[in-house]
Design a protein around this ligand. Sequence first.
Ligand code: SF4
Length: 459
Amino acid sequence: MSQSATLRHQLNAIPEEALEGRNFQVYTQRDLDRIEALSNLPRELRFDMEVVASVLPFRVNEYVIDELIDWDNVPADPIFHLTFPQKGMLSPDQYERMAAVLRRGAEQPEIQAVAQEIREELNPHPAGQLLLNVPKDEQGNRLEGLQHKYRETVLFFPSQGQTCHAYCTFCFRWAQFIGDKALKMATTEAAALHRYLRSHKEVTDLLVTGGDPMVMKTKRLASYLESLLAPEFDHIQTIRIGTKALTFWPHRFVTDSDADELISLLERLSDAGKHVAIMAHYNHWREMETPIAREAIRRLRSTGAEIRTQGPLLAHINDDADVWATMWQKQVQLGIIPYYMFVERDTGARHYFEVPLAKAWQIYRDAMQKVSGLGRSARGPSMSAGPGKVEVQGVTEIQGEKVFVLRFIQARNPDWVQRPFFAQYDEKATWLDHLKPAFGEEKFFFEEEYEAICKERLG
Ligand code: SF4
């Protein structure tokens, strides 16, 4: 170990062995029987997992199993819920359909057919991702693997980054992981990305996303990002990288064979004047507790990159103001910026994880009241819906009517941004399409224009 590394360990009091490399050992649905920690759980619970994992993607690694899950607290443990399939994730009817074929030992094609049928019922691509957001080149060809929903931000889905070090049970991009090519948004084409960015000077932000782009080798990531240092890309001011590797595989930034290369790539981008923002996905403060996770954060910050955090509010995992307050406080303490509290999206196992908007707002508010000013940078609760990102700003009464106060944080039409609008209060509503305009209005102010945009895009 180098002298500076030794000094760093002394300063941070992190035992060296806690930062040692680990082999990346991953388990999927086929390996459920090989996970030793599960062997102590009741047989039915394991069968439930098998049923759900036959429909929705499942992937976990040994670091998560050994160091993040508190097995004395299973099944209630939030990290267990975050990564292991739960019976309630399917409706009773869906569960029974899959359980029946598994119980009678059906062949794979039949199991796959039932899985497919159930997946179709789970709204695999919410908010028109597949149809509405994919841009076209000058010849009118769709640029698969890119999304351009908001004027200044382009999303890029490199195909080697369309998996994660483990999968979240509630993942809103689950459809990408089930091997259905029609649902997969991805490209390997660096040239197409660069061509598109070159001809769209209004774009200031590139978001590299997945899956998790941090599963890619550094060389691959560099092949997409280094070209952006050329003067023709001066308009790209910010490079955001969405990742959950700080939780699921912090070794990526510390001990993996190309971790140092990754750190210097980020340094080069920052030094050249790009704002590098690591958009870290967190759901619980426990994800930041291990020494390796803290070291990964420290190394990333040392590059000049900024870490901003986001994640959905989820029943069974973090529907508690204290959990959010503790998480935001710890993030501030570690030099990370709390950025978003999202509402669980309308896809996949949403019914199991969703929290009504009224309760979500209450949790957000209570958590905000418990943290200092620097912890109050998180926006929310915010729905990433078809027309844009809609934030629930509060619940109030206007002229005798109880209403939700809403606003667009981001929108397909920039003119909608920050305009307050009102919906009838509904204690059970969990998503924008459950809400009705307040004060007897027939439609929300953006609806007609949004319908026109959809019509135009869908040709
Ligand atoms: S890290 Fe993101 S993309 Fe990967 S499984 Fe979790 S929510 Fe899905």
